[in-house]
Design a protein around this ligand. Structure first.
Ligand code: RFL
Ligand code: PHB
Length: 391
């Protein structure tokens, strides 16, 4: 098999890249190790930045999002039983975010790719990227019980944190910047209308809690738990009781309960692999970087990377210049580090660290109070949350 761009992974990064390249008249093949149902059901992100919404619309993938997605103009911060709303459009000259699940973005992009785009192979596992330094890189993969080779002009590793693409960068040329956290998130999906019309991020002495949603009738909620927690050790009633405690306020707000349809624990990590390019191998999305989910940035970063790559390759095809491809890693990393900083700040401001001193706990409250009382601090949060510019 031969193609211009070999894409490993059909998460949001790989699928959107295939769409952007198709729209630019550049052919690609997508290899995905899992089956279609798995990719379409994997519960993950829920918040699309303004820039991500704009990119999906421009790519012709925004039709269902515009019908089903929920535009949100703010979030609520809860601390000390107080509530503070951050109004995005007021602070950012009109920007907002969209609540539209990653699963839905993937379903939309898969349907478009199968209808209009190039090959998208499910249950096709990339085994290794070969010849990244040459001008004929290749992906060795297994599909239908057979090993095969995909020859490419470029390979883009969109295969997530556990993928194989990153391993093709020689150890001596890689630098990894990493931080793990001693806690994770217990996430639930529940068949009950959200108890608030916007997302609620709560700092509580017992730990962080987040109220989010998937639709007007489905709630998504998270609780900070110790990193090694087994989700099954929490009964449904214990989960609701703990959410209620951490989200409590001084007014008459109440938490609606309903049947829990899914629960799982997600570990938290900050991770950046530099550089994001080696020869003709480019890394995009979680394959190159991870942020803790508190800032809702992971999917949005993946979108920024593949937009940057598609622009750079289009520029190369149109002008013959490799200038933008050569700048790919540096261009992406600037935005990645801003998102790393934002996600780290949100995480450390809102979570209970098991070793935090009373002094550090007071500092967390002071940071929240600063956001609630100072427009510059609040604007900084609103700008970070609604997203940093791509490119
Ligand atoms: P993905 O989605 O992990 O997709 C990688 C794909 O590659 C496939 N793959 C392979 N295919 C072929 N051969 C191989 N050898 C392969 N190895 C792997 C995998 O099967 C998979 O299909 O990476 P991508 O595309 O970079 O997208 C990244 C996002 O999925 C991720 O950053 C977000 O989900 C993070 N995230 C959030 N991001 C946001 O922007 N907003 C949010 O609100 C948000 N909330 C979250 C999140 C992540 C969470 N978890 C579970 C980690 C909430 C949670 C709980
Ligand atoms: C979600 O709805 O899954 C979600 C929302 C906001 C976050 C993280 C996850 O910061």
């Amino acid at each position: 098999m031969r193609t211009t761009v070999g894409i490993i992974g059909a998460g949001p990064a790989g699928l959107l890249l295939a769409r952007l390249l198709h729209n630019a008249g550049i052919d690609s093949v997508v290899l995905e190790s899992r089956d279609r149902a798995y990719v379409e059901q994997r519960q993950r992100a829920g918040i699309l930045e303004q820039g991500t919404v704009d990119v999906l619309r421009a790519a012709g993938a925004g039709e269902r999002m515009d019908r089903r997605g929920l535009r949100h103009d703010g979030i609520e911060l809860r601390f000390d039983r107080r509530r503070h709303r951050v109004d995005f459009p007021r602070l950012t000259r009109g920007r907002s975010v969209m609540v539209y699940a990653q699963t839905e973005v993937c379903k939309d992009l898969i349907a478009l790719q199968l209808k209009e785009g190039g090959p998208l192979l499910f249950e096709a596992e990339a085994l290794a990227v070969e010849g990244a330094e040459s001008d004929r890189p290749a992906v060795r993969f297994r599909h239908g019980g057979r090993e095969d080779v995909l020859e490419c002009d470029y390979v883009v590793g969109c295969d997530g944190f556990w993928g194989v693409a990153r391993k093709a960068v020689p150890a001596g040329l890689s630098r990894v910047f990493e931080r793990t956290y001693p806690f994770g998130w217990l996430g639930i999906l529940a068949d009950v209308a959200p108890s608030h019309d916007e997302l609620v991020y709560a700092r509580h002495d017992r730990g962080f809690a987040l109220l989010s949603m998937r639709s007007p009738s489905v709630s998504r909620l998270y609780l900070q738990v110790p990193a090694d927690t087994d989700a099954e050790t929490w009964s449904d009633e214990e989960i609701w009781d703990e959410l209620e405690r951490r989200l409590e306020t001084d007014d008459d707000w109440t938490l609606r309960r309903g049947p829990i349809t899914q629960k799982s624990v997600t570990p938290m990590r900050s991770y950046v692999h530099e550089p994001m390019r080696h020869g003709r191998l480019f890394l995009a999305g979680d394959a190159a970087h991870i942020v803790p989910p508190t800032g809702a940035k992971g999917l949005n970063l993946a979108v920024g990377d593949v937009v940057t790559f598609a622009r750079a390759l289009t520029h190369r095809q149109e002008t013959g210049s490799t200038e933008l491809l050569d700048a790919y890693s540096a261009t992406c990393l600037r935005r990645v580090w801003q998102a790393e900083r934002f996600s780290y700040d949100m995480t450390t401001m809102l979570h209970r660290h098991p070793e935090a001193t009373p002094f550090e706990e007071r500092l967390q409250l002071a940071r929240l109070d600063r956001i609630a009382s100072c427009r510059a601090a609040e604007t900084d949060l609103a700008e970070g949350y609604t997203g940093f510019p791509i490119g």
